[in-house]
Design a protein around this ligand. Sequence first.
Ligand SMILES: C[S@@+](CC[C@H](N)C(=O)[O-])C[C@H]1O[C@@H](n2cnc3c(N)ncnc32)[C@H](O)[C@@H]1O
Length: 241
Amino acid sequence: MVRIPAGYKSKEEYVHAIFSSIAHRYDLLNSVLSFNRDKSWRRFAVAQAGLKKGGLGLDVCCGTGMFAIEQAKVVGFSGKVIGVDFCENMLARARINIAKTPYAKVIELLHGNAVNLPLPDRRFDCATIGFALRNVPDIPQTIAEMARVVRAGGKVVSLELCWPTVPVFKQLYYVYFNYLVPVIGRLGAGASGPYAYLPDSLKDFPDPDQLKSIFERAGLKNVRYFRLTGGVVCVHVGTVE
Ligand SMILES: C[S@@+](CC[C@H](N)C(=O)[O-])C[C@H]1O[C@@H](n2cnc3c(N)ncnc32)[C@H](O)[C@@H]1O
């Protein structure tokens, strides 16, 4: 269970405060803590989304824009990508990151909540969410919202942290994730809370089979998942009917 420190009314408010405070260091710490694997994980997830040149993609909880940029590389200059996030500081970093790419006119950023997307039904070719299902207040509602805005035949894709199952690696990773990550995060972000939250946020998170069932209960078909890098992350993919 995520421990919500005194002073916060809900997990949502706490999560918002965390990302507001670490936005300026998020990309660096993500690369360091993932041993620079985060970019290839996002590329793999976007490759599962079935996007094509000229397509319309959505990235939910887009943060600093890295997933939206990967989608933009696929849809190209004739396509469009929308990124949605509820944290202004993360969106501000996304604007900086996107301005460094050729895709400033391809990507549009919206302020909004994953559990109530400010978007029309059945419009997008895909909806992705990266490292964020752990953070939303309602996972089934978020997946249902993603499925609602994707057209028939389009894909809903989640990339999320996971517990590895391979013996020895599993134990080593447990020590790394529970004890080293909060220390490295504290040094990088200059505050202890945000990166102590990271291992906490995975404790109650559904395992890959449970998350697959949540996708299926949202009406998604042909749901499958891939464990990457020894199972430290998992990519779930479902198709809208
Ligand atoms: C760990 S970051 C992931 C950012 C990005 N997807 C990536 O691949 O690096 C989680 C993001 O989810 C956003 N977030 C958390 N809960 C949200 C919600 N209910 N609605 C919208 N955004 C949310 C946070 O503001 C943060 O930017």
